[in-house]
Design a protein around this ligand. Structure first.
Ligand code: PA5
Length: 463
C-alpha cells in the first residue's frame, strides 16, 4: 500500500510558527473527520450528491464492456486518438503516461507488442492539431471522443474536423473508427452517436469530469493500449477500504486534507505543490492541479455565505524543478505545502559507469541514477525543513497499475474531505461553466445572443 509521512509538517520539526502540532490537531478534529467520512460514505449512493465516483471501482459491468470492446478492436488500429479536455482528458493522460513504457509512441510495433500508440488532443491550437493530423494515418486510428456534457466547444470542434477527414477517406464505414464516451441520455454527442451508429460508453450520472478517471473515461484509453485495468480497479478497491476508516490516525487522505486545510486557514499557506520524483508521474501533477483547483476554488459556502476560498495547486517535477522552483520554495514566501511523491522501486536500475577520475564527478561512478534520485529528494526535503517549510511525502512501492490507481483515488478522497472542511460544494464548477457559456456566446451559438451582446460591450470597455 501507499505510505504517507507528515512529520515534516509538524511544529516539532519545523517550529511553531510554520508547523502544526499534528497530534493535537488530529485529536481536535477526530470527531469532525469521522463525521465527514461517515457522511461521504452515506451520501455516495444517493442520487444528486455527485459522489458516484466513489462507486466506480465496483461497476463490474463497465469493466467488462471496456475489456470486451478493447479485445474486439485489438490489432485493428495503429493509433488511439483521444479528443477531450479537462477532466475528460487528464485522467487517461495521467494513467497512460505513468503506466505505459516510457516514450511508448516512439517504440516500434514489435516493442509495443503490436499495441497501438496513443495521443491525447486536449487543446485547440490549430498548429498542433494540424501537426498531429499530418503525422497520423487517420484510417488506422481509433478516435475516442470524450465529453460528459456532449457539447464542449473545444472537443466538439476537434471532433468535427476529425470526423470530416475520416468520412472523406472511409465513407460510411468511418463510424467504426469512432468510439464516444459521453452522458447516457443528454448532449449533442449522444444524439450524433445514435444517429450515426457509433460505439458508445457512458460517463455515469453524478460523476464530475475531474472525478471520472475510473469510469470508461480513463479506463477505455488504458484498455485500448493493453494496460491491466483489473489491477487499476484492485488498487482503487484496496485504497477505498483503507480510506473508509473514520479514524484520522489511520486515514491518510483525511490527514493530508486536514494538514492542507489548517495550513491555509491558520498559517496562510494556501499553495499546494505536487512534486513527484518520477517523470512517469508528471501528468499526475496536471491531473491533481485540476482536481484541487476546480473542486476547492469556490466563492460561496454550503450555507450560501460569500467566502472565496481555495488553495492554489502547483505542479513541479523532481529532480528537474530543483533547478527552477526550489530556490523560491526554500527562500521565498513561506506559503506552501509541498507534497513529495516518491517511488521506492523503479523498474530499472541504471548504473553510472566509472569512467572519469576527476574528483568533481568521479564520485558518481559506480552509483546508480536511482541512488541519485533518492539523494536529490532527501536533500531537498532536508533543505526545505531547515528553512521551516512544511512538506509531506507519499511513497509508492512501484509505478504500476495498482499503486498509481491508489495514488489517484487517495487524492480524490483527500479532495472530497478538504471540500467538507472548507464547507463548500467540491463537486460543482460554476466558474468553468461560465467561461464555457461565454465561449458559446462569442462563437454565435443559438440561445446565447444576450450574453454575446453583453460580452461585446464589455470587451469594448476593456483595454
Ligand atoms: O471537471 C470538470 O467537470 C471539467 O473540467 C470538465 O471535465 C471539462 O470542462 C470538460 O467537460 P466535458 O467532459 O463536458 O466536455
Amino acid at each position: 500500500m501507499i505510505k504517507f509521512s507528515c512529520k515534516n509538517a509538524d511544529s516539532m520539526v519545523i517550529g511553531v510558527d510554520n508547523g502544526l502540532n499534528l497530534q493535537e490537531e488530529f485529536n481536535n478534529y477526530r470527531d469532525k473527520i469521522a463525521e465527514i467520512i461517515f457522511d461521504l460514505n452515506q451520501r455516495k449512493d444517493k442520487n444528486g450528491q455527485k459522489l458516484q465516483w466513489m462507486n466506480l471501482a465496483y461497476n463490474d459491468e463497465t469493466l467488462w464492456y471496456v475489456k470486451e470492446y478493447a479485445a474486439m478492436v485489438k490489432d485493428r488500429f495503429e493509433n488511439i486518438l483521444v479528443l477531450g479536455i479537462g477532466g475528460s482528458a487528464l485522467g487517461g493522460l495521467a494513467l497512460t503516461e505513468a503506466l505505459l513504457k516510457p516514450y511508448w509512441n516512439f517504440l516500434s510495433e514489435e516493442q509495443r507488442d503490436g499495441l497501438p500508440r496513443i495521443f491525447f488532443l486536449d487543446n485547440i491550437d490549430p498548429d498542433s492539431m494540424n501537426g498531429l493530423l499530418e503525422a497520423l494515418d487517420l484510417e488506422k486510428t481509433l478516435v475516442n471522443v470524450i465529453t460528459k456534457s456532449g457539447d464542449t466547444a473545444e472537443t466538439m470542434a476537434q471532433f468535427m474536423i476529425v470526423k470530416d477527414i475520416l468520412k472523406n477517406k472511409l465513407g460510411d464505414s468511418y463510424r467504426y473508427n469512432i468510439v464516444a464516451t459521453t452522458d447516457k441520455k443528454t448532449g449533442i454527442l449522444r444524439q450524433i452517436s445514435e444517429q450515426e451508429g457509433y460505439k458508445t460508453f457512458v460517463v455515469p450520472d453524478d460523476v464530475g469530469g475531474r472525478f471520472s478517471v475510473f469510469s470508461a473515461v480513463g479506463l477505455l484509453p488504458c484498455a485500448l493500449v493493453g494496460l491491466d485495468i483489473d489491477e487499476i480497479i484492485n488498487g482503487v478497491k484496496d485504497m477505498d477500504l483503507l480510506l473508509k476508516n473514520p479514524d484520522i490516525d489511520s486515514n491518510i487522505a483525511a490527514q493530508n486534507a486536514l494538514i492542507h486545510y489548517l495550513m491555509d486557514v491558520k498559517m496562510s499557506k494556501n499553495l499546494s505543490v505536487m512534486m513527484p520524483y518520477s517523470s512517469r508521474l508528471r501528468y499526475v501533477s496536471d491531473w491533481y492541479v485540476q482536481l484541487w483547483a476546480e473542486s476547492l476554488g469556490k466563492n460561496i459556502d454550503k450555507n450560501g455565505n460569500s467566502i472565496q476560498v481555495g488553495p492554489t495547486p502547483i505542479k513541479a517535477l523532481g529532480a528537474t524543478d530543483q533547478h527552477s522552483q526550489i530556490q523560491l520554495y526554500n527562500e521565498g514566501p513561506n506559503n506552501k505545502v509541498i507534497n513529495f511523491v516518491r517511488v521506492e522501486n523503479f523498474d530499472t536500475t541504471l548504473e553510472i559507469p566509472n569512467i572519469f577520475e576527476y574528483t568533481g564527478i568521479g564520485y558518481l561512478g559506480g552509483k546508480t541514477l536511482n541512488q541519485l534520485m533518492d539523494a536529490e529528494a532527501d536533500s531537498t526535503k532536508v533543505s526545505l525543513s531547515d528553512c521551516s517549510r512544511p512538506t509531506v511525502t507519499i511513497t509508492l512501492d512501484k509505478v504500476d497499475c495498482y499503486h498509481v490507481a491508489q495514488l489517484l483515488y487517495l487524492l480524490e478522497i483527500q479532495t472530497a474531505i478538504a471540500g467538507e472542511l472548507y464547507n463548500i460544494d467540491a463537486f460543482n464548477q460554476p466558474g468553468v461553466e461560465q467561461s464555457k457559456n461565454y465561449t458559446y456566446a462569442l462563437m454565435g451559438r443559438i440561445g446565447y445572443e444576450e450574453s454575446a451582446n453583453m460580452l461585446q460591450e464589455r470587451m469594448a470597455q476593456l483595454v
